[in-house]
Design a protein around this ligand. Structure first.
Ligand code: GCU
Length: 333
């Protein structure tokens, strides 16, 4: 990477031809940016990011482009976050649960029931007045800038051996969660025992019985083929999840004003496209999973709401968290 940096600087900001990071030169040069993603190429996030890259390349006359690496090929999210921080990868999509481990303020948006639906969530996470400080908060500590969010939609629990209806039905089941203290507590509140695990290990985890259950959106249930090994979907709707687009802060700072404006405009178009794709992809995922043998069952929603309710009070421990929570709730319809 050091060589690529030097070459790019000497070459007046040409993009590198070898797929390595080519950070900008002093003239606000350009780069072919590598973006780490843990989803398949059919997932709305891949599609929206790939289109983002193509529009960016046109808008900047080839100075900036994006290579999206799907399926954890650049590493699982915890690793991708580290790689973006040290500059060996330029951008990544990481779940809010990853950022919660760097700044506890992020956990507010990972709480069950903080967002009523996707529309409410997108309104909050794109409101500069609410999220401006939060998104800049990792720049000094980690050299990472948060650019905005992609919805993960509503998440529900699915199991290997029959649907669940109440928290009591999760007793004795090992429920895979993301690497987050909040989500460990959430799984336990829902009656399960929690097993944190990287996304890419989950299919095998369910198949081999290392875990008996997982929780996600219908799109991942389908695209990751989890329905093959855990076909019983139960609509707990316990939270609306959030992914973030992150970028190495030095790379962002090197963009010329003009390129940065193009970048911001195309990113806005990207998350809007993603939100649109999401609704269709969810419907298709349900139909496809059903055709593949999955069942979708309603649960006792009130029983789940009751056990999840105390988590907000338990995990909100600072004024800045409370302010984010209040701002998010105030933006609900
Ligand atoms: C969703 C989300 C991913 C996340 C995954 C998980 O699919 O979009 O960013 O990694 O859930 O449960 O780990």
């Amino acid at each position: 990477t050091a060589t690529a940096l030097t070459l790019a600087a000497c070459g007046g900001g040409e993009t590198s031809g070898d797929g390595e990071t080519a950070a900008a030169g002093g003239d606000g040069g350009g780069a072919t940016m590598r973006l780490a993603l843990n989803q398949t190429e059919e997932h709305p996030s891949f599609i929206a990011l790939d289109n983002f890259g193509q529009r960016l390349e046109e808008a900047t006359e080839g100075r900036y482009s994006i290579d999206v690496y799907p399926n954890e090929t650049l590493g699982a999210q915890a690793e991708a976050l580290q790689l973006v921080s040290d500059g060996s990868v330029d951008m990544a999509i990481v779940s809010g649960t990853q950022l919660e481990n760097l700044n506890e303020d992020f956990l507010v948006f990972n709480l069950p029931k903080v967002f009523d639906d996707v529309e409410h969530q997108m309104r909050v996470v794109n409101d500069e007045a609410i999220v401006g400080d939060l998104y800049a908060s990792l720049e000094e500590s980690n050299n990472v800038t948060v650019l905005g969010g992609f919805t993960q939609g509503a998440r529900s629990v699915y199991t290997t051996d029959g649907p669940i209806e109440t928290p009591a039905d999760l007793a004795g089941k090992k429920l895979r969660v993301q690497e987050s203290d909040l989500h460990i507590a959430m799984a336990e509140a829902m009656g399960a025992s929690a097993t944190p695990m990287a996304f890419g290990e989950l299919y095998t985890g369910l198949q081999s019985g290392v875990v008996d259950a997982a929780e996600n959106n219908e799109v991942s249930f389908w695209t990751q083929k989890h329905y093959e090994v855990a076909p019983y979907w139960s609509y707990t709707n316990h939270l609306v999840g959030l992914d973030y687009l992150i970028i190495n802060s030095d790379l962002l700072a090197e963009m010329s004003e003009e390129d940065r404006a193009a970048f911001d405009a195309e990113w806005t178009a990207a998350y809007e496209e993603h939100t649109e794709l999401w609704a269709t992809a969810t419907e298709e995922a349900i139909a496809n999973a059903k055709a593949g043998g999955a069942t979708f069952t309603e649960v006792d929603e009130a029983a789940f709401a009751e056990v999840l309710e105390p988590l907000a009070e338990e995990f909100i421990t600072s004024e800045s968290q409370q302010a984010l929570y209040d701002a998010a709730r105030a933006a609900a319809e």
